[in-house]
Design a binder for this molecule. Structure first.
Ligand code: FMN
Length: 264
C-alpha cells in the first residue's frame, strides 16, 4: 500500500519531522510504501478562478504547471496526509494553492475507501481550526478521515512538549494504519448523507449535460443512488435522504431560479 504526504512547508523542520515520524511509524506497522511530497519542489500556479475545471473538466485548466503530476500521486495513493504549518491562523499559502487546484474534485469526489489524515504544526495557537478545515476538505474528497493532529513547535522545545508531540503522532499513525488496511466503505453520517443528497438533487435539477458535474454524476449512477457507493442505510437515514431529496426539489420548483451557465 502506498501513502503519500503532501507537505506545505518549504523548510525541512518541524512539519517535515512530524510527517517523517508519522510515515516511519506506518512502515514499521506493515507493508506500506511512503513518499513525502514537498509542494515547494513543484511548480504550482495560483488558481485564476475561471471555473473551467469545475464546470467543463479539469483537463481544460489553462495553467501549465505540475498540477497533474501532484494529482496523479494523490489519486493513486491508498492513503494521504496533508501536513502544513500554521501561517497566520491558516494553512500555508502553498497548501492553499494546492487545495484550490484540486477543488474540482470536491465537486466530483473519488477517494472512497482511502485513508486520510492531517498534521498541523504551530508555534502558538489556533491550529485546531486548521486541522478541522483540512479534515473537512478530505471528507469532501471522499476519504475515510482519521482526525488530524496539532503539533507544537515554539522553540526552545521542552522535553515535555516534544514527548507530547511524539505521543500524538504515534497514536495518530496507529489509527491511520487501521483505517488504511480496512479500506472500508462506511455507512455515511447524517451530515454526509445530507450533503450528498442535497448536492446531487440540486445538480440533477439545476444543471444539464453541458456541465462536467452533471455527466460525472450521471455516469456514476448517482441520480438514483442512496449514497456515493453501495451502502445499507437504516430506516432513519433512508427517511432523511428522501426528505432532503424532496425538500430540495420543492424549493427549486417553488423558487424557479435561473439555470446556471457553464463557464459563467
Ligand atoms: C509567515 C508565518 C506565519 C505564522 N503564523 C503563525 C500563527 O498564526 N500561529 C502560530 O501558532 N504560529 C505561526 N507561525 C509559526 C509556524 O507555524 C511555526 O514556526 C512552524 O513550526 C513552521 O513550520 P516549519 O517548522 O515546518 O517551517 C508562523 C510562521 C510563519 C513563517
Amino acid at each position: 500500500m502506498k501513502v503519500i504526504a503532501f507537505v506545505g512547508s518549504a523548510r525541512r523542520r518541524h512539519t517535515c519531522n512530524a510527517t517523517a515520524r508519522f510515515l516511519d511509524n506506518l512502515r514499521s506497522m506493515g507493508d506500506v510504501e511512503t513518499e513525502i511530497v514537498f509542494l515547494s519542489d513543484y511548480h504550482l500556479e495560483i488558481c485564476r478562478g475561471c471555473k473551467l475545471c469545475t464546470d467543463k473538466g479539469e483537463e481544460l485548466c489553462p495553467l501549465q504547471d505540475d498540477r497533474d503530476a501532484l494529482l496523479a500521486k494523490l489519486f493513486a495513493a491508498d492513503g494521504v496526509v496533508f501536513a502544513t504549518p500554521n501561517y497566520s491562523y491558516n494553512v500555508s499559502g502553498r497548501m492553499k494553492v494546492f487545495l484550490d487546484r484540486l477543488a474540482f474534485a470536491l465537486h466530483r469526489p473519488r477517494c472512497f475507501g482511502k485513508a486520510f489524515t492531517s498534521i498541523v504544526v504551530e508555534a502558538i495557537y489556533r491550529g485546531r481550526e486548521i486541522v478541522k478545515y483540512l479534515d473537512f476538505v478530505a471528507m469532501g474528497l471522499g476519504f475515510n478521515v482519521v482526525k488530524g493532529s496539532l503539533v507544537k513547535s515554539l522553540e526552545p522545545l521542552t522535553e515535555k512538549v516534544r514527548a507530547a508531540n511524539e505521543g500524538k503522532i504515534d497514536r495518530q499513525s496507529r489509527k491511520f494504519y487501521e483505517t488504511l488496511v480496512k479500506k472500508e466503505l462506511p455507512a455515511p453520517s447524517i451530515l454526509k448523507l445530507l450533503m450528498f443528497r442535497w448536492g446531487r438533487t440540486s445538480m440533477r435539477l439545476m444543471l444539464d449535460a453541458s456541465f462536467r458535474d452533471f455527466t460525472y454524476y450521471e455516469q456514476a449512477g448517482w441520480w438514483t443512488a442512496d449514497y456515493f457507493y453501495p451502502v445499507r442505510l437504516g430506516p432513519l437515514k433512508r427517511a432523511v435522504g428522501r426528505m432532503v431529496d424532496g425538500a430540495v426539489a420543492r424549493r427549486i420548483k417553488r423558487q424557479n431560479p435561473p439555470k446556471p451557465v457553464a463557464g459563467g
